[in-house]
Design a protein around this ligand. Structure first.
Ligand code: MG
Length: 508
């Protein structure tokens, strides 16, 4: 066998040799998944769904092959493994546990229920009719509770579900986290609203733009961010996302509307942050479990980093002001009159709104806390699915002082529950707060990020992130990565300080 720079242990090398088949199935599954969201003719879904279901049961069968399982068990007892090798054992042990603990009938039922639920959710959202989705969600909650029992947990059944998305995190920790950030964010929101600085509405929100010009702006942004068309492509989808097929093949999408250009601009930068993360994994991790997904919090710490610290910065706006002005004659007139400051105010509006994906840097976290509260109660059984619309409306009123008029902009707005992804939401907030830690650490060494927002300068940021975060792939959990890379514990303070500094200073 050829010598590998990271993997020396014989059992690990044998595992990796066998793993390549699983990797290949995953790779092609990702491509098929990306295609569903982008170019597949709509009616292809029945056959695609079946082929993906078969692909996943095939992967399970290959994974549970006796000789592969015994190699994993042998590796679990191995001594003197390095961090990469430990990472391989950790990831495969997790996967093995899930395959072993969840009966095949359960997995099939989960798959069947969620495919149906996704369709009914889409319909329910379109028709503003919660009743259509209710029986499906009820089933999903039951299955999630069952799943928690199968997987096991120490204190709260929701622990088992969070762990699926943010490895090692518990309900109690997420609760403590929200208890720390919420009072500070509420206070900051009060300050912002009384200062009159970050207005409630902005004229640019209502100005139409030309979609070809928008695509051109996105292209210019990607070029500014040193993208390589040989490894990354940008397409359009109903909701922006990133699909990493491999270290040298990452797909991102954006979306276009008739007006409100911040939506595509920030989405493109956000997804680019996800893509860069995957593209800068150490190339020696190709074909191994360490080049597959990282925890969702680590991923989101990268997308939010670029979206908030770069995309919303004055320097970035100044760089693209000319392109922005070309989006439409109306926008041009506005930009000529109000310049960088006008656009800055627009990209940094702060106001309580109903829709999570459109929320600002401050109120965003109340949207997540709302979902966390609800998921926890559903799993405990203290809230019934049929009462959800009411619970939703009361809770958002409590947190943000506003109430949706329709379920479409309330309880039905997100796709996650229909996918069976209960336990997912907290990672969005935690990941955003981790981005503040990376910012802190970068600035200790290289000074203010904004100084580096230039054609040459962004490379410094990208290289730092490659060295501190990206190259490890999924070798570590979120907390272990913070330790290994910057000797820090998870702590929301960095991001809280950033927000307080930014939103308490005079605007420009
Ligand atoms: Mg994201």
């Amino acid at each position: 066998m050829k010598k590998h720079p990271h993997f020396k242990n014989k059992t690990i090398l044998e595992i990796l040799e066998n793993y390549k088949t699983l990797w290949a199935l995953g790779h092609l599954g990702s491509l098929a998944g990306w295609d569903i969201e982008t170019y597949m003719p709509q009616k292809g879904i029945r056959e695609r769904g079946e082929s993906l279901a078969k692909l996943s049961s095939l992967s399970q069968k290959i994974f549970l092959d006796k000789s592969f399982v015994s190699l994993i068990k042998k590796a679990q007892k191995a001594r003197g493994l390095n961090d990469y090798e430990k990472g391989v054992v950790r990831k495969l042990t997790r996967e093995l546990k899930q395959y072993e603990k969840l009966p095949a009938e359960f997995l099939e039922e989960f798959e069947r229920t969620t495919s149906q639920a996704k369709l009914s959710w889409r319909q329910a959202k379109k028709e503003n009719n919660f009743k259509l989705f209710e029986p499906h969600l009820k089933k999903i909650v039951e299955l999630s509770r069952k799943q928690a029992e199968y997987l096991g947990y120490k204190e709260h059944p929701y622990d088992a579900l969070i762990d699926l998305f943010e490895e090692g995190w518990t309900t109690k920790e997420v609760e403590d986290y929200f208890n720390t950030i919420q009072p500070r964010l509420t206070q900051l929101l009060g300050h912002i609203r009384s200062s009159g600085n970050y207005q409630q509405e902005h004229p640019l929100e209502h100005m139409p733009y030309d979609k070809n010009r928008a695509a051109k702006l996105n292209q210019n942004i990607l070029e500014f961010l040193n993208y390589d068309p040989g490894t990354l492509r940008l397409d359009v989808s109903a909701h922006p996302f990133t699909q990493g097929l491999g270290i040298d093949d990452v797909r991102i999408t954006t979306w276009y509307h008739d007006k409100d250009f911040a939506r595509f601009l920030l989405a493109t930068i956000h997804e680019y942050g996800h893509a860069l993360h995957k593209l800068q994994y150490d190339k020696n991790l190709a074909f191994t479990p360490l080049s597959a997904w990282t925890t969702l919090g680590i991923g989101e710490s990268q997308s939010r980093f670029w979206e908030n610290f770069v995309g919303r910065s004055q320097k970035f706006i100044k760089t693209f002001q000319g392109n922005i002005a070309e989006l439409s004659p109306q926008i041009k007139r506005y930009v000529q009159k109000h310049g960088t400051e006008g656009v800055y105010r627009y990209l940094n509006l702060v106001r309580p709104g109903l829709i999570r994906v459109e929320a600002d840097e401050i109120t965003y976290h109340s949207h997540i806390k709302l979902r966390f509260d609800i998921e926890k109660s559903l799993v405990e059984g203290s809230v019934k699915v049929k009462d959800l619309p009411e619970v939703w409306n009361e809770t958002i009123k409590k947190y943000l002082g506003i109430k949706p008029k329709t379920h479409t902009e309330g309880v039905l707005q997100d796709i996650h529950w229909s996918m069976g992804a209960i336990g997912y939401f907290p990672t969005y907030s935690i990941g955003t707060f981790v981005s503040g830690i990376w910012k802190d650490e970068f600035e200790k060494k290289h000074g203010n990020i904004e100084q580096h927002v230039s054609r040459k300068g962004v490379k410094n940021i990208q290289d730092w992130l490659a060295k501190r975060v990206h190259r490890y792939g999924s070798t570590y959990t979120l907390k272990d990565l913070l330790h290994a890379s910057v000797k820090r514990n998870f702590d929301p303070e960095s991001n809280l300080k950033y927000l307080e500094k930014k939103y308490k200073r005079p605007l420009i």
